[in-house]
Design a protein around this ligand. Sequence first.
Ligand SMILES: Cc1cc2nc3c(=O)[nH]c(=O)nc-3n(C[C@H](O)[C@H](O)[C@H](O)COP(=O)(O)OP(=O)(O)OC[C@H]3O[C@@H](n4cnc5c(N)ncnc54)[C@H](O)[C@@H]3O)c2cc1C
Ligand code: FES
Length: 214
Amino acid sequence: MLRPGAWDNELIWGRPFSICHADAETLTIFYQVVGRGTRKMADLKPGDSVVTWGPLGNGFSLGQGAALMLAGGVGLAPFIGASLAHAHPERLRLVFGHRLDLGNYPWDMLPPAMSAENHHEEKPGDLDAFLARLEQLIREHADQGPVLACGPTPFLRAVQRMALDCGAQAQLSLENRMACGVGACLGCVSEDPDGNRIQICTRGPVFPATDITL
Ligand SMILES: Cc1cc2nc3c(=O)[nH]c(=O)nc-3n(C[C@H](O)[C@H](O)[C@H](O)COP(=O)(O)OP(=O)(O)OC[C@H]3O[C@@H](n4cnc5c(N)ncnc54)[C@H](O)[C@@H]3O)c2cc1C
Ligand code: FES
């Protein structure tokens, strides 16, 4: 969770972001300007203070074997650090769907050894082609290792349906809106398939595709 000091009382709550990359000295996040908070973040200058709390919640369960990573838009962010930390990036395959030009995304940070393909949605039909490619790869990969997905809810819903259809072990990282990030405000709740309410910030944000209703 991030909250720049300059927000004062104008924006009370922090905003949640994936850890794109972290080492002993630097925390890298990658974000898109969508509203008041991110617009103000874009005005930050070197030396400005930002309050951070985290890391919070869980992450993908990846291991060191093969994995199929599926990213939509800013959902690319957590896969950067995960693939850089992987001992065998050549076992990883990333498929990335995006609407802005590729230069807007931290594509160059991915380890060169991993297999990565991007799909730019520019014209009618591109989205259908992307979804067809996802379905093909999820089926091919179903018995080889986990399928990991991060992106907007409609994208996650499509991946969930495809994974459940072919029995792939999929993990979905949800982007619900959050306020406290620590289980206190109930601002982030979704339901499991039995109708139980789940706080995404403390129980997630990553869930097996079988355990969450989108
Ligand atoms: C676990 C997690 C990880 C995230 N990682 C990233 C990341 O790495 N990079 C990144 O750019 N964003 C990420 N997000 C989304 C990010 O938190 C929101 O974009 C941000 O909070 C918006 O703040 P704002 O003040 O600019 O927008 P607001 O002024 O709060 O809202 C502006 C508009 O954006 C919509 N909106 C706000 N949050 C979301 C959301 N989560 N999903 C869909 N629509 C939303 C609102 O409905 C409204 O229409 C993540 C969210 C979660 C929960
Ligand atoms: S964000 Fe407050 S309970 Fe989840």
